[in-house]
Design a protein around this ligand. Structure first.
Ligand code: MN3
Length: 252
């Protein structure tokens, strides 16, 4: 493949990978992986580094939880995803694209491909809090995203209440999402286990803007059984700049 073709492909991937997580991972892939040569190596997918220190989300999400969640849980999804695809062929080495093509009955790909995408997304959608003082109000969205949240849900507070209720309502393990749905509207949805809104069998499909991991492993060390304390703390570390970027890209 010529350099110009390669550049075109990279540009295509850049613009088509509406999710930052996919693009981030792609940059670590060997250049030989192209559509024409798509047998995946055993290490096709790799664990992305956290974009901040393990203790950067303290006191709202604790260092030990972040260490175990990233280094053990997320790594296990990556390891098992590589096992699931080893020697196989796929149309894309982009994790977002892989999620879109997974068959409902392929449990290994569904759980581990979803687990890899969801956690890569989750790390990016958080950032250090404005202040470590719990009394300091959390950051709020700005720009078009803020405007459209207000238009869709009535107010930012009404949106948060609805999101909290949905997160609370996830039975067992799963995720709560803000997505741009098929008709380009903001929607709050949930998925069980490691499913996500990119998957063709998801009840609400769309482009993720926010993701909240409500598996107990995401909060049990600090918040124990109190999922809503964790959710309330999580609002303090939401990266609204990243959410707005994803929203503006997904809306087009
Ligand atoms: Mn998790």
């Amino acid at each position: 493949m010529s350099d110009s073709n390669n550049m075109e492909r990279r540009q295509f991937i850049k613009t088509s990978a509406v999710l930052g997580a996919g693009g981030l991972l792609l940059s670590a892939l060997p250049g030989s992986l192209t559509a024409a040569n798509n047998t995946l190596p055993a290490d096709a997918y790799t664990l992305p580094p956290l974009p901040y220190a393990y203790d950067a989300l303290e006191p709202f999400i604790d260092k030990q939880t972040m260490e175990i969640h990233h280094d053990k849980h997320h790594q296990a999804y990556v390891t098992n995803l590589n096992k699931a695809i080893e020697g196989g062929k796929t149309a894309s080495t982009d994790i977002a694209e892989l999620c879109r093509t997974i068959h409902e009955g392929n449990t290994a790909l569904r759980n581990n491909g979803g687990g890899h995408f969801n956690h890569s997304f989750f790390w990016k959608i958080m950032r250090p809090p404005l202040s470590k003082d719990p009394a300091t109000p959390a950051a709020e969205p700005t720009g078009k995203l803020a405007e459209d949240i207000k238009n869709s849900f009535g107010s930012f507070d009404a949106f948060k209440t609805k999101f909290n209720d949905k997160a609370k309502g996830v039975f067992g393990s799963g995720w709560c999402w803000l997505i741009v749905n098929d008709v380009y509207k903001l929607e709050i949805s949930t998925t069980p286990n490691q499913d996500n809104p990119l998957m063709q069998f998801a009840l609400s499909k769309g482009i993720p803007v926010l993701a909240l991991d409500v598996w107990e492993h995401a909060y049990y060390l600090k918040h124990q059984n109190l999922r809503m304390d964790y959710v309330n703390d999580w609002w303090k570390v939401v990266n609204w700049d990243e959410a707005e970027k994803l929203y503006n890209a997904g809306k087009k």
